[in-house]
Design a protein around this ligand. Sequence first.
Ligand SMILES: [Zn+2]
Length: 861
Amino acid sequence: MSTLRRILDAQEAVSKVPKVMVRTNRVAALALIVTLECLAGHAWGQAPDSATESARTSARTMGPAESLYLKLRSVGLDSARVYKVREASLQRAALHISLDDGTIAFTEDAGGHITGAFFKGDGELLLFPPNTTERASLALFTGAAILEEKFSTAYFRFNDDVFGELQSTLRPADDAASFAAEWNITAHNLAQEDALRLLYSFSRDLPPADKSTPTDHLLRAYLQGNKLGTFDVRYDSLGAEQIAAGQHKTVAGEDFYNVWVSFPAITRPGAVITDRDADADPTPEVGISQFKIQAGIKPPDSLEAHAEVSITAHKDGGRMLLFELSRLLQVKNVTAGGHPVEFIHNPSIEGSQLARRGNDALAVFLPAPLQAGQKVELSFDYSGSVLSEAANGLLYVGEHGTWYPNLGFAMASFDLQFRYPLGWTLVATGRRAEAQNAGAEQSSRWISDRPVPVAGFNLGKYSQATTHAGKVDVVTYATGTVERGFAGTSTAETKIPDLFRLPGSAGPLGGTFTPERPSPAENGQMVGTISAKALEFYERRFGPFPYSDLAITQFPGTVSQGWPGLIFLSSYAFLSPQQRDRMESDPNQRLIEEQVIAHETAHQWWGDLVTWRGYRDQWIMEALANYSALMLLESRNPAQFRQIMQKYRDDLLTKNRDGMPLMDAGPVTLGLRLSSSRSPSAYNAISYGRGTWLFHMLRTMMRDADRKSAAVRPAKTEDEPFVRALRRLRTEYEGRAVNTAQVMAVFESEMPSSLWYEGRKSLSWFYESWVNGSAVPAFELRGLKFTDKAGATVVTGTILQEHAPDSLVTAIPLSASIAGKNVFLGHIFAEGKETAFRLSAPAGIRKVLLDPEQTLLARGR
Ligand SMILES: [Zn+2]
């Protein structure tokens, strides 16, 4: 997997959700580090912006990469390459594009390549999704399970010889000059969308050689559909999912990119889920073994840093490495092996568009293509304003995911050194190795205990509170104040407006009660104690805490994130129960908010120590962290546990603004694709809510089956098969990324034999029905008959299923009611509308109940 492919993976899902969405996911750990905003905006009909571009770039000498990049992102149409085209077609795997009759103009040369074309006339697109999930996703947005759309204009972008491919269908056009002139601005504007991607293809030969052929393949089409409006389709051999289609939508002022479909070009026929077929452990093209970063911080906003990054090529690669680095930082200098190399950062994206269209991408060009085994030392010098002061002494490190050049989920060692003024406290990921004062400045050095996927810091004028969880110190860092604009406080300032929306409400609550500024520092000990108790609970179940200690720092806004050894905890999570009562009127919401500290603490295991592979797997870490917190709650207050689980179920059945129940947005495996213009809040409801239910179902089903087979078994959760599986997940995958199939395989290994469906030790049925399904079914018992035999009663009956596809398979727990107590009898696999069953029960029973403990995600009966 190349660096670009990582970025593209991220782009497939994460970036297509507006950043605001990602950030306001209250508990979306690490989501930011893979965020890369989609560049593909609506460029149709916008005025050209080349004036600012040339003004900016003329100031210094351009290297060959930047010069090619600027050409690629601004090419217009070549009036000498305008043709009539008839009965032409372009086919890439499941993607079929026909140009039945019309005019086509190809773009000017860029680096000796024709990389684009504009078409007007009659065309048609055909795209067949390979599985039910993708067909359902497509139908959600287009109303049909197959994408079959006539279009009247199209802009194509490619790195292959499409011009040669179409040649035999082309004839001279008489209106060449006027056609090229008419569509030139549109073509010019759309050219920027794929420029960086094309640059990757052509960067092996810099300066570009005329007939160089890229080893990867790209065809992107922006289409003006007759029914569906403007949308785009893509075939990209570098993507993990090479084929995709989607559309920009703006709803209520919010921009969305709806991913209609996304899937691998080669899918096994009949495969239910692409992810289950994915190769076990793809080796990335490059890995980072170490970061050494020296950073000077000047509150309230500026950071200046020197970063040294050790890279190893795992396979032969290209010359371009694509990092993520905040658009708010300016890169001065990049070197490889001590020699300056060319780079392109956001400055190529001009002024007014920077904020909207910047993509946090930093492309670095090595002197020669990477060879397998090669090690390269890169250094970066950069500075900028990535911090802001949310209140006196409370800083907000807005770009804390991209304050250093990052390659996504590379597990690396970090050696961080910070300089900052006296009077401030800085907390970073890792163990504090040194701390010194020099004049008006102090410095501290932080070294990671083990390779981690991400490193960050926070600083403020904090008070500290220390709690102990066994050998682990839990230290809370909080200020005596909350940020300006904190809900319910008097002065609302909109410096960081996106973060100040309370979940589930339109805006700050202010006005209805006397403003009061809570003091997080006063509650620091309380927060630390909650986290320490959770940490001890998890250690007993999931194994030792992975890092030397745990720091919890106050973070302005509603978002919390659990990073390795460092939790960025929302000011709202520092509220005492009484303060929270005054702030939040919905008791269910209040209860969920109270779990945030335990949730973020659980991310130390799930999300930090074990990470997730791709967007289809992100739900695992959110749901596992969430369920870990709920297991703790259940051990103390089963009623509150049930209250939260019911709320999650009710949320899935809630209808959104166009009348669609949230659950219909799709399965957990769609990840951030779930949050679309049709259902902006579906990612939360499904990834967290449904995901939590999935783990609850797995746990209770394995526990009940296990108790049934082992006559006497202590009820301690540490010994449950589910918990044993989680311990195994930790030991087998620590320091690595898992996918959903691997997690299922770990649960299979602990699965009691009574849960073998059709005699196979496999959770495929659970995966296909529940993980990769979206139904919330209703089950009912009918026609119960009791026949007394010697020493036992035989129970027969039928399980009815509604609100679910016929293919849904569920292990339904049945219990007998004996002297007012529920006694588990066994699981019946229900499939389809009616399932007849027969089972043996204790003699004399006359009452059988379906799932009395409510362990299934199902509707009320
Ligand atoms: Zn989380």
